[in-house]
Design a protein around this ligand. Structure first.
Ligand SMILES: [Fe+2]
Ligand SMILES: [Fe+2]
Length: 233
């Protein structure tokens, strides 16, 4: 049961971080009636996969990172609480994706009961999708334009990150449709739900891989700009 305990702790940590950015901070113990995710269609297997960007950002996007290396950020006087909270949200997204993946593993090895899995998939899947979508929509519309105004040398890096957001949206949409399908199948045809939960597992692994690439590059590009121009303090 170690994985379950870890998953529960990760959920609490994730929700604590999410609270810092003023989005849903309901605790696991409070979750009430089931709420299906966005799409209600039972529309077939969702097996498409999305290639995660393999190449790092170009070297000229890292010029400020050399002056503001990651291990020096915590002690920098311009490392404001708002920057730390933004990075905390990134930690929370990773934890939520891992939580859904670990829950799926527990269901697939029959450690987690079907109705518990469906309830948690509905709740945490919804939390992951809505908060990730809200986060990167805010980055595209407000945060990145602020950074571009402050230092246009890094616009091409921001464009790569915006393209990542588009890929992430596709992935989240596929995940949402498949999760809805599994939640419904849990009541209608549990063996089929179990079979299709394997797809959920693969999709959470893809989300994790995309987040690994995207969030590290995003922080390496953005935090030095914020420190250099004393922004968001
Ligand atoms: Fe972000
Ligand atoms: Fe982002």
């Amino acid at each position: 049961m170690k994985a379950e305990v870890t998953a529960q702790r990760n959920a609490d940590d994730a929700l604590a971080h999410l609270g810092h950015i003023n989005i849903c901070a309901q605790r696991l113990s409070d979750f009430g009636p089931l709420k299906l995710l966005w799409c209600n269609n039972i529309c077939g297997f969702m097996t498409e996969t999305l290639a995660v960007r393999q190449e790092a950002l170009p070297e000229d996007m890292r010029v400020l990172l050399r002056d503001y290396p990651r291990d020096a950020w915590p002690d920098h006087p311009n490392f404001a609480a708002s920057i730390q909270n933004w990075m905390g949200a990134h930690v929370a997204f990773r934890q939520l994706a891992e939580l859904v993946k670990l829950d799926t593993e527990l269901y697939l090895d029959r450690t987690r009961a079907p109705e518990d899995y469906a309830a948690r998939l509905s709740y945490f899947g919804n939390l992951l999708v809505r908060n990730l979508h809200g986060h990167h929509t805010w980055e595209d519309r407000k945060f990145f334009p602020e950074l571009s105004d402050a230092d246009p040398r890094f616009d091409s890096g921001l464009e790569v990150l915006e393209t990542d957001h588009e890929g992430l949206d596709q992935l989240l949409d596929t995940f949402t449709r498949q999760a809805n399908r599994v939640v419904k199948l849990e009541q209608l045809d549990e063996p089929q739900a179990r079979e299709e939960a394997g797809l959920i597992h693969g999709q959470t692994e893809q989300i994790e891989a995309l987040l690994d690439r995207h969030l590290a590059d995003e922080e390496d590009l953005v935090v030095p700009i914020l420190l250099h121009h004393k922004m968001r303090g």
